[in-house]
Ligand binder design. Structure first.
Ligand code: ZN
Length: 272
């Protein structure tokens, strides 16, 4: 069984000296390909560097390049040029993480919107898929995306945590949906249980968002409380349960979806 983690924050300092060990545990758990999330210009450069250093085969590790809405205030005239150069690199497979976060409002909303539009313009120009973040900003994200959607090859709302109306609005725009261990959280994720059935095959992908979002159903609980891509099978288990699918079936179609979305290479047989 093969899984693909479409969102891991491998450059997070909590993984610092252990990145190879984290990857080895992921591979041993069946997570055979990973997309490392870039959340700033510097972080996106580090994400690309990690892919090059930790995967010489160029088959397993890929990255995104973008600026998280929390950091939209950091956007300068240089940012677009720097991101453009990164997005031309072969290992960089999507524009993002970018989007709108009206939950924490770490950057002013007009600035978040401006920076999101700059990312969407890059994705249109370079014909790359988009890795989107949205919290409490469903309506504005839809309004902005509508102007770009037919010129974008694809876009995923990563770590979807919203309600049915938001989910359906994204599916209506033919977006992809990323599901994390949020669905394993008995305090705030149970509304996702009946919802995940509504995501069509070919639009659903799985992600750890590690080191964040340790699946709360995981047993035994890791002592350090830190999430790792090796725990992605727990997200698979929970999503499969609520979709009424076998683990093998969900692993198969969500991985095929991720490979098509990020244009990932097929792993040679026996190399999984
Ligand atoms: Zn996010």
């Amino acid at each position: 069984m093969q899984l693909i983690d479409i969102g891991v924050n491998l450059t997070n300092p909590s993984f610092a000296s252990q990145r190879q060990a984290v990857l080895d545990r992921a591979y041993a758990a069946g997570v055979s390909q990973l997309v490392v999330t870039g959340t700033s210009v510097e972080g996106s450069e580090q994400a690309l560097q990690a892919c090059l250093e930790l995967d010489e085969s160029a088959l397993r590790l890929f990255s995104t390049a973008g600026i998280h809405p929390h950091s939209a205030s950091d956007w300068t005239g240089e940012s677009e040029k720097q991101l453009h150069a990164l997005l031309k690199e072969k290992r960089v497979r999507a524009v993002g993480e970018c989007g709108l976060d009206f939950n924490r409002d770490f950057s002013p909303r007009p600035q978040q919107e401006k920076v999101l539009e700059a990312h969407l313009a890059l994705a249109v120009e370079l014909q790359l898929p988009v890795f989107l973040h949205e919290r409490d900003a469903n309506q504005r994200l839809l309004e902005i995306l509508r102007d770009y959607r037919d010129r974008l090859p694809a876009a995923v709302v990563h770590c979807f945590t919203g309600e049915q109306k938001a989910l359906f609005s994204y599916l209506d725009l033919d977006l992809h949906i990323g599901i994390t261990g949020w669905i394993c959280d008995e305090r705030r994720g149970t509304h996702l249980h009946p919802l995940v059935r509504n995501i069509p095959r070919g639009r659903l992908m799985l992600e750890s968002d590690a080191p964040y979002l340790l699946p709360r159903t995981l047993r035994p609980k890791p002592k350090n409380g830190r999430n790792e891509p090796a725990y992605l099978p727990e997200v698979l288990r929970e999503v499969a349960l609520h979709r009424g699918e076998s683990l093998e079936d969900l692993a198969e179609h969500s991985s095929a979806c991720a490979q098509a979305f990020f244009l990932l290479p097929k792993l040679p047989e026996g190399n999984k």
